[in-house]
Design a protein around this ligand. Sequence first.
Ligand code: PMV
Length: 338
Amino acid sequence: MICIPNANLPVVLGLTMVKAFAPGKCILFGEHAVVYGHPAVAVAIDSGVEVELIESDAWTIEGMPFQSEKHPHLSHILEDVFNYDGKPLEISINSDLFSAAGLGSSAALSNAMGAAVQKLLDSDCELDVIELAKIGHAAEAKAQLGRASPTDTATSAMGGCIVVSGQKVSGTRHVFDSSLVTPEGMRKWSICEVELPDNLDAWLVLGFTGIGSPTGDMVAGVAKLLNDDPSKHKEMDAISKITYAGLAALGAGNLEAVGMAMNTCHEKLQLLEVSSRELDALVEAVLPHSLGAKLTGAGGGGCMVALTEQPQRVAEAIEVAGGTPLISRLGAKGVRIV
Ligand code: PMV
């Protein structure tokens, strides 16, 4: 295909501009267990990150000079992936995600940036979301010293409901495989998608504790716990079984069963010592109005998530209990030009 640079992009005061949006994500089942090869199920959420690029005379970000070493995700995409040598860019970023809260804000940033640059260079081309997921994963890996699972970037790029696992998971559609050389050796993942029923009459409500969630520390803590007390491996196996059950319930549209699986998953995550007083308080506060609730992501701080038919009631319960709520549908669309 012949691609014409900038042919179809808006021009403002003689300058070409492009805007892309990528959603955040929420892990429904399988956090921590996925590190040990078990499956994780994540859905894209309505909130995310928007990146706007305007061709300009000088490199800026949010009106300040752009220093590439301070923005490893963005500089990796511009320099290593696209070898960008066009006009300087004015970069603007708008996010409605809580950052460092397990909602995939850096993955959404990488995907939105990748999409914006891809479109700026090839205005006629359709976005290649699988390529963007791979680019985003590489950017995350570079920024996180070689340790990043593809869960956030794949879910943000593809949208909908994604299963990431050490092996192919039956009942899902295999999309692509991903691998990464990490400081601990080569890791491989299979990325699959699950079709959600159209008529799901429930919402996710995320509740942010206000406390940052250090994924690396939490993963290291679980590794130490398993080493000190190998009997804890049974909690990992239990999470894996709950993930399969939750996935089957989700595909069948059985929301009560999804909620029950979420509650049980939270209990197992508590036994892995990744919950906290604040997360437990938010989970407890929403249960009377929810089908189920659990922490989501690495734990320690960050967010919990509730599945509910009464999103406003749940949002109020989260606020009363001291958290900050965010309401979303299940499985929003993936990265796109806006
Ligand atoms: O970074 P978070 O908070 O979305 O959670 C990561 C999920 C873990 O399973 C804890 C780590 C991983 O790499 O999958």
